[in-house]
Design a protein around this ligand. Structure first.
Ligand SMILES: *Cc1c(COP(=O)(O)O)cnc(C)c1O
Length: 295
């Protein structure tokens, strides 16, 4: 898959008061390999091919965007894929796992205890000539891939780059690619993930960057993947105003955080924001029909 330029969409004034907010629509790069997951995977895949590996293996839960992206991108690169899945096999596969299986991924279900010891899992399969990718694409090569999201035409004029954070690999890549006048802001979608800053700094051990990041931990809406009515209402209203679809796990919370920070006068009139839409829309399929106006 060759990515041309990532489209940048201007948000009409009013939605974020008078603050200039543009959106880097990485969600439009591909319907399945949602935004940042594709970028985080590409350097791992290049290395797997370089090492003549036949198979990519990785870890994830039943709702993992990373698992689906690995299945798709691996197949596209001519690699077999194996997904080590947290938890026992359910009678009916979740939509992401069904998609991953459709793309040819071999799913290996594991108890939560067995899954937690990743070193032991990798050891168990060491006879296999597999190339292992960390859960969520976490790691230095994920950072190198994520840099490309900001190395795009038209991104130089922004003063702030804002994104949603799970593992923090994406924000680390954005930091490594940001220009000296650009501040990266990460919105954590996990509850109480206060080690995020240290983890991002660890990821950047071998990369230069200009400004330290700022993280916000108050926009998780109750925790990972929690989606109270207030969030759903915001996502529907944001869609009506902008025609930008968001997801319940990451980007709905991201854009809500931007709105809230704007209302709290966090930004100055001269600031120009680029908000990274990292995709993840397929996760909305776990909602009952009709919950969102844009499914
Ligand atoms: C996985 C994911 C993220 C989190 O990315 P990290 O690099 O783990 O911080 C953000 N947005 C979407 C849509 C994702 O699927």
């Amino acid at each position: 898959m060759q990515v041309q330029a990532i489209p940048i969409q201007h948000v009409i004034p009013g939605v974020f008061q008078d603050t200039l907010v543009d959106v880097l629509r990485a969600d439009l790069v591909h319907p399945i390999v949602s935004g940042n997951k594709y970028f985080k995977l590409k350097v791992y895949i290049a290395e797997a091919l370089l090492q003549n590996k036949t198979t990519l293996a990785t870890f994830g839960g039943a709702w993992s965007n990373h698992i689906v992206a690995t299945a798709w991108a691996g197949r596209e690169a001519g690699l077999k894929t194996v997904g080590i899945i947290r938890g026992e096999q359910p009678p009916i596969l979740s939509q992401p796992l069904a998609d991953a299986a459709d793309y040819g991924m071999q799913l290996v279900f594991m108890s939560r205890e067995a899954y937690a010891d990743k070193q032991a899992v990798m050891k168990r399969y060491r006879q296999q000539d597999w190339y292992w990718v960390n859960e969520g694409g976490y790691g230095h090569k994920g950072v190198l891939g994520a840099m490309e999201m900001l190395q795009q035409p038209g991104t130089a004029s922004y003063t702030h780059i804002v994104c949603a954070c799970g593992t923090g690999t994406t924000v680390a890549g954005l930091m490594a690619a940001a220009l000296p006048h650009q501040q990266c802001i990460g919105i954590s979608v996990l509850k109480g993930h206060h080690s995020l800053n240290d983890e991002v700094m660890g990821l950047l051990e071998h990369s230069a960057y200009h400004q330290p990041p700022v993280f916000f931990h108050d926009y998780h809406f109750g925790g990972y993947a929690k989606h109270p009515p207030e969030l759903i209402e915001w996502m529907n209203g944001f869609w009506r105003a902008t025609e930008i679809p968001t997801d319940i796990v990451y980007t709905g919370k991201l854009f809500y955080a931007v709105k809230d920070l704007v209302e709290k006068n966090y930004f100055l009139p001269e600031h120009k924001l680029l908000v990274v839409h990292s995709g993840g829309l397929q996760g909305n399929r776990s909602l009952p029909a009709g919950t969102l106006e844009f499914l």
